[in-house]
Ligand binder design. Sequence first.
Ligand code: SF4
Length: 466
Amino acid sequence: MTSASPTASLREPITLRLLDMFRIGPGPSSSHTVGPMRAAGMFRSRCLARGIVPARLEVELRGSLSATGRGHGTDRAVLAGLCGWEPETLDPDAFLALDEMLRASPRIGWGETSVPLHPDDVVFDRSRNHDPAFLPHANTMVCRAFAADGSLAFEETWLSIGGGFVQTAGDEGGAKRPPSEPVAPFWSGASLMAEARKFGGFGEVVLANERAWEERPGELEEGLERVWAAFEACIQRGLRLTGSLPGDLGVIRRAGTLLAQVEAGRVGESYRVIARAQAYAYAVNEENAAGGLVVTAPTNGAAGIFPAVMVEVAERLNLSRSAIHRAMATGAAVAMVIKTHASLSGAEVGCQGEVGSATAMAAAALCEVLGGSVDQVERAAEIGLEHNLGLTCDPIKGLVQAPCIERNAMGVAKAWSAAQLALNTGGKGIVSLDKVIRVMKRTGDDMRREYKETSEGGLAVNIPEC
Ligand code: SF4
């Protein structure tokens, strides 16, 4: 590894928004469910803005969206987006029934009128064509609106780039641009640390920028409260529900069982420290696998780690609302740097970009809550990410269940340890956050395609027959 910063040539301030790192939406995948729904919704809006009333709609899923889209419910998410449904506000029960509903009655509202839409209008490309002209991103979808004579009225190619972020080939369609330059500019882990020393912590840097950008006082806090409420609701629902998860893997919900073991005092003292948080992670990821409402933190697949650690520590230490908001902003700051210089997408860099990033976010936030200095918080994030380097994305049958659910529980353990190692071992680490992000990017670039959310490698093809 060289000593140069990964950001040496890139000094543009990061303008990603805090609430864009925590998007509320249905499971099981931010890149394969939330992103495609948002892209399909934007395509619908653009058709409406142009006065296009299609006689037929078609969305073609390519690359990883085609390889694992069935297991991830990408087709249903696209249909919901074409209906104009928003990830944050949709009714989860109606969402799960949408396919059946459209088979029975294949029309949707379209401005003042209605247009035909059938589940078969979402098509899975099976060509395995990896030509960049055909597949500009691992998660590519082509949206088409046809006129009554069969001619193409409008076509757009959308890319789902991870964490629910989307863009077209030509312009940014995802992140909300801020109205002014950041008051606390940062473009790397090192510059984030410099601003954190001035503002009093990683989280304070992001909060200072967001407060300068909010349209009315209190808007930011309301948004953070909505996200926190979604964290808690998801954990509670996941702990309550029992039975099997959707799909034919036969995975049983285990969150409630683990918590019951903890509450009955049946787990050893050494494990009790993280057992409750791991039960929370199971709860979130079981909800995610079932298509329930979760929060990208920073993705759906890795949605359990950050809320599990933060809700557990908030309960244990009775954290104030401002401490909770600061911790959320600290986690988001880490995710912003990773997203800017590497990726949060399993389809781009493997699971190191999802579970690795979530572990780094949780480690940094926990370290800060426990009184860590700026150096210690950076070290916690670095340790959390470093020990996930090389982690592949290999969901069995394309379902975000195995290894994903357990992997989130293990992410909790790693985040907890990373925060404690940073707090208690002293001195400076020899690997900075910036360096480990660069290594993650290179590792992801070198990783064979089979290990990047295609269900063609790793556990996805090597589980023994029972
Ligand atoms: S293996 Fe990791 S990156 Fe892949 S779907 Fe599961 S959680 Fe996401």
